[in-house]
Design a protein around this ligand. Structure first.
Ligand code: ADP
Ligand code: MG
Length: 327
């Protein structure tokens, strides 16, 4: 073993123990468990996501992107609930303890954590294949929590950002389409997704339902509809155009990325038509949001999403990501 290879306790002490700035952390890293103070008038919101090398990110991904992404995908889940993130736990399985890798990972993780005032309060460190699990804990007001299940017939369907760009970014990485400015920006959409925490907070009392897009827009809209007992129409002509994608891909590939591509971590939400004016006033400074469809009553098959192009129904085959889908 290399002389400066840190042991388990050095790793925790050197890379994952930081001075606590939050007064609601009564015990952080170092004891057997963390002790946290939840405000009396709030509810605790918890989410966890795992990233596996070769499944969620390519093997050559830089450590700081992995650290950033592991937290970002979790913050995105809290954003989708309208919650305010507070604390995180990190379970790290590493094949070996390389100081440069650990430093990069910690930089990516803590850089994003600091931007959202999130504190790492515990975790686990083991040797094994590269697998990163993060749990985030946050709080939300006890009234008006954003769920997937609140969409109503007649609501408008919105999505933030430009769906598909993250999937295109992954394709750029996998196919080695490097070099151009567009390729670099698309890569960044995959490597550094922006969790829509402020948007989620603003939507909490505005939207009827919300979720984050992680498995593909079409499949995720189906999930929201199923949870709400509704159906939806998705107007393909309204999908936000991506100059970046169109620089490198044809219209067909771009649409496929937009509908089936995972990893965007944008928010998909529904809004009663009478709230649109207020929504535009409050939300337009926070993120680009586009109306892409409408909720309809759930008939025979709640969860059905009908795609329209030029007002006509079109069949679209855009299966979203499913770890256990039959090949
Ligand atoms: P135990 O064996 O009692 O579970 P550990 O030795 O695994 O404790 O962890 C010691 C302390 O360090 C605990 O507070 C734990 O939450 C924290 N910890 C371990 N690994 C990490 C990590 N990767 N990031 C943050 N905290 C960690
Ligand atoms: Mg212990």
């Amino acid at each position: 073993m290399h002389a400066d290879t840190p042991g388990e306790f050095d790793i925790i002490a050197r890379y994952f123990t930081r001075h606590s700035a939050r007064r609601d952390v009564l015990l952080g890293v170092g004891d057997d468990a963390a002790l946290l103070q939840v405000p009396a008038d709030r509810r605790l919101v918890a989410a966890m996501d795992t990233l596996v090398e070769g499944v969620h990110f390519p093997a050559a991904t830089a450590a700081d992107h992995i650290g950033y992404r592991a937290l970002a995908v979790n913050l995105s889940d809290l954003a989708a609930m309208g919650a305010e993130p507070s604390w995180a736990l990190l379970s790290l399985s590493l094949p070996n303890a390389e100081p440069a890798w650990l430093q990069g990972f910690a930089d990516g993780f803590f850089g994003l954590a600091a931007r959202h005032g999130v504190e790492l309060v515990g975790g686990d460190t083991v040797r094994g294949p590269l697998v990163v699990t993060v749990q985030v804990l946050g709080v939300v007001e006890s009234n008006g929590i954003l769920k997937r299940s609140g969409a109503q017939p007649g609501d408008l369907v919105y999505v933030s950002g430009i769906p598909g760009e993250a999937a295109a970014g992954l394709n750029v990485i996998q196919t080695g389409k490097a070099g151009s400015d567009a390729a670099m920006q698309l890569r960044q959409r995959f490597e550094r997704p922006e969790p829509r925490v402020e948007l989620g907070r603003a939507l909490r009392t505005l939207a009827t339902a919300a979720m984050d897009v992680s498995d593909g827009l079409l499949t995720d809209l189906g999930k929201l509809c199923r949870a709400s007992g509704c159906e939806a129409t998705l107007n393909l002509d309204l999908l936000p155009a991506s100059l970046l994608m169109r620089t490198l891909y044809d219209a067909e590939a771009t649409e496929r990325f937009a509908l089936a591509g995972g990893d965007d971590y944008e928010l998909l939400f529904t809004l009663a038509p009478e709230r649109v004016a207020e929504f535009e006033h409050v939300v337009s400074p926070l993120a680009l949001c586009t109306c892409i469809g409408k909720i309809a009553r759930g008939g025979q098959a709640p969860g059905t999403v009908t795609c329209l192009r030029n007002g006509q129904t079109v069949a679209v085959n855009a299966p979203g990501f499913d770890h256990f889908a039959r090949q």
